[in-house]
Design a protein around this ligand. Sequence first.
Ligand SMILES: *Cc1c(COP(=O)(O)O)cnc(C)c1O
Length: 456
Amino acid sequence: MAGRVRAGARRGARVAAIADPRPQGRSSEALFARARAVSPGGVHSPVRAFRGVGGVPRFMTGGAGARLQDVDGRRYLDFCMAFGPLILGHAPAAVRAAAEAALARGWSLGTVEPYSLELAEFITGQVPWVQSIRFVNSGTEAVMSALRVARAATGRAKILKFEGCYHGHADSMLLRAGSGLAEAPLPDSAGLPPEVLQETLVAPLDDETALEALFAREGQRIAAVIIEPLPANYGLLPQRPQFLHRLASLARSHGALLIFDEVITGFRVGLQGFAGLTGIHPDLVTYGKVIGGGFPVGAYGGRRDLMEQVAPAGPVYQAGTLSANPLAMCAGLATLRQLADGRLYDRLDMLGARLERALADVPNLAVQRVGSIFWLVTSRATRPATPIRTPRGFPPDAAASFAPLFHGLLGRGIYLAPSAFEVGFLSAAHTAADIERLARSVRALAARDSVPVETP
Ligand SMILES: *Cc1c(COP(=O)(O)O)cnc(C)c1O
């Protein structure tokens, strides 16, 4: 996904470059040298550079189903799936047909058109608390715009976010908590204006007491609370339902709006996103990834009275030359239509459960999973204690122990996201045999790499 702060770098856990012994990496090496000469770090989104795992990133030329292909013609079983949008796999026939038809009609109109209307009606039809929706071009834009609406609607300035949650690269969201609650938040990026540091509050996940203290102190100044209800950008950190319910009730009682960032979870964990699974109805929701079927799309929506604040209906300005691009709208709609009967979610959950079972007794590795989103947590010292609900629960050597697993899998033709802190995704294109292959390879590598454990 674009523009994210590298989690490994954030934790100071940069891993030494690992030599890639296989000749198949040669073409990628040459291309990466050229790319570094013309683009920062040779990439257009940081995590793609393999800094978290070392080595040279593979240049991929295409993808089909659950497979990626690199410039040397080598194929990989893909569990990164473009960081989440490809719930149907690479280049599924239905989405391809819809995109090709849209292409033939002309791909940018700059007018009102029926395609975004259909997608808007589909989403508002599925998600009752999204009464009105506006399409943008990325999840980052969706979050920026939702925050602007919240500030306009409440007349307040402060935004509360959570440590370990990623909301795109808008200035105000590039902050994480200091080591104590009383401390000011720390910037995750250079170039942020100091005012931003003052208007963003950062709370720990999984901690009602901290939340209550924060609301007692700042509650009247908070315009909105934004959270990934299922944090999935710093490992997968499932929250206790009680925590999310307490957050919702604190926001309500202090007049702050509740924003669920469902850019990953929207239409990924179910037709009503993670909100649908919790029964909590947020005031505003942000979407991206799956709703564009792999094309550049984001969206924000929610309560009608809030969305009516947006121009030209209301005073909150937000616009986009390429917003609701017909190609992206048609691809998104074709994707969501494949999901509409809900059956794929059951199948993906079964595949996920299979993966979890197959890896249940691997030493020094734990799996955290919700539906088709999974996170492999590794550690050399010991099997990681789960559930992990906050970044504080990570094994200290999570990054260092992930790199050999990543490269071992890559060598066996299996592609994971190139960071210990990224999650994996299953898609409609994955089969039980693919899951077994991943599990077999992980087991073999874990047996090779692990410190021997005494079994009673
Ligand atoms: C990916 C992501 C974003 C940012 O979306 P982009 O399209 O990369 O700008 C925001 N929030 C969450 C939860 C995400 O997973």
